[in-house]
Design a protein around this ligand. Structure first.
Ligand code: MLT
Length: 455
């Protein structure tokens, strides 16, 4: 048996380590082998495998929201190649370059890899000790411990990994409207039933209505129990910011129901109003029932760089007493290999005093844009929310279809927005504007919108 295996390996080795040998010309063989290229084979007729599709994916709409927006924008551009440049107030993607001090951290991280003395390979899956410590001290003022911080490649990815940890058996609650990742990953995990065509809501998700009638904060007393409550403040997409009293009510509700809150604080540095909490851990009692996800994406222009973190205090425990942190550690050490060492050096620079000052300047710029957009859309006759302590402006369309308005604005003003319906049924009748565009683009977008709506 062993001899047969060895003979087989020898035969394969003689052909190629990776691909079966194919009769190539001498020159092609040497080039292909040198670059480890894979030889192309002729197109095969379409066939299916015998593998059954994960039925949960069939429950989701075909495409995730933001690529779908990009697809519609590109389709419009392809049909109208001579149109004026399109302005994006769509996905919340940063546009200002990374400032000097933070950039120097990234550069240092890259340089260290080119030097025998400072080179590093795999790091701790939970993140570098120095960065975990700096996050705990500089951003949480010691309210949490460094080993309760898990450094990662971003909040979105952490939300998916939290879902992997919670599994299929939990009921999740989301603000409605909300960042689509909470619902979509709950569906992928198998926590839900089908979407109800009458309500556009998934069965087995608790939708917490957040709209102008309740000041964008749900009436917690009217909600059925959920195991995991996703809550985002400053909120994406509404731009609403929860007050201390509201967050106290949220924590009290979670404790009473025995739920875990996953608090998404990705937009925390936009908070300027004194007294508004930037972290759920500013609220008494949160350590035993809250997890916080966060990210450098919007803080420091790291949307493409990728660096985030999740905080799970030791005190958050499952019904059987197992610390939740222990299971998340298992997920991170198994399904993640740690954030890039280059990027973590950038994160360390973000949290130097010079880096924090640069982050503040970036926030000021985008907050100023948000005011321009809010005033601009109000001048067109719309009521708008958010835009203060938040980069998102949420426009009330007074019952009009948000996808129709998206198309109207794209086709007639060449401005990309995000239809509220993309954030859940509660977002229908609203439109989200993102302040992450360059200032000149925000001003130009406002003048195009004024032209469109005053016509
Ligand atoms: C958004 O536009 O909602 C966000 O930028 C998307 C994200 O952070 O994944």
């Amino acid at each position: 048996m062993r001899a047969t295996a060895i003979a087989l390996l020898a035969a394969l080795g003689a052909a190629s380590a990776f691909v079966p040998s194919a009769p190539l010309s001498t020159g092609a063989v040497s080039t292909a082998r040198k670059h480890h290229a894979v030889n192309m084979v002729a197109a095969e007729p379409a066939v299916t495998t015998a593998v059954k599709r994960n039925a949960n994916f069939g429950k989701l709409s075909a495409g995730y929201l933001f690529p779908e927006i990009g697809r519609r924008r590109n389709a419009y551009l392809a049909a109208n190649p001579d149109t004026r440049p399109i302005i994006s107030l769509g996905i919340g993607d940063t546009t200002l370059p990374i400032p000097e001090h933070i950039l120097s951290g990234l550069q240092k991280g890259a340089s260290q890899l080119g030097n025998k003395e400072t080179y590093s390979g795999y790091g701790a899956e939970q993140g570098q000790g120095a960065l975990r410590e700096k996050i705990a001290n500089k951003l949480y003022n010691g309210l949490i411990k460094p080993d309760e911080v898990f450094v990662s490649d971003g909040a979105k990815c952490d939300i998916a990994r939290l879902q992997m940890m919670f599994g299929a058996g939990v009921v999740s609650a989301v603000q409605d409207p909300s960042y689509p990742v909470y619902v979509d990953t709950s569906v992928m995990m198998g926590q839900t039933g089908l979407v109800d065509p009458a309500t556009s809501q998934f069965d087995n998700i608790v939708y917490m209505p957040c709209n102008p009638t309740n000041d964008f904060f749900p009436d917690l007393s009217k909600l059925p129990r959920a195991d995991v409550i996703y809550f985002c403040s400053p909120n994406n997409p509404t731009g609403a910011v929860a007050t201390r009293a509201q967050l106290e009510a949220l924590v009290a509700h979670a404790k009473k129901q025995g739920s875990i809150v996953v608090f998404d604080a990705a937009y925390a540095p936009f908070i300027r109003t004194p007294g508004v909490p930037k972290s759920i851990f500013e609220i008494e009692g949160a350590r035993s029932c809250c997890i916080e996800v966060n990210s450098f994406s919007k803080y420091a222009g790291f949307t493409g760089v990728r660096l985030g973190w999740t905080v799970i205090p030791d005190d958050v425990k499952y019904a059987d007493g197992t610390p939740v942190r222990q299971d998340f550690n298992r997920v991170m050490t198994t399904a993640f290999n740690g954030a890039s060492n280059i990027v973590q050096a950038g994160g360390l620079a973000c949290l130097d005093d010079a880096g924090l000052a640069e982050i503040n300047n970036l926030m000021d710029y985008y907050l100023d844009n948000a005011v321009i957009l809010k005033k601009g859309i109000e001048s067109c006759g719309f009521k708008a929310y958010g835009g203060l302590d938040s980069p998102y402006v949420f426009v009330d369309l007074e019952g009009k279809s948000s996808w129709d308005m998206f198309s109207n604005i794209l086709e007639n003003a060449q401005v990309v927005t995000i239809p509220g319906a993309g954030f859940g049924p509660g977002g229908e009748g609203f439109l989200r504007l993102s302040a992450f565009a360059p200032k000149e683009s925000c001003k130009e977008a406002v003048s195009r919108l004024q032209e469109l709506f005053k016509a």
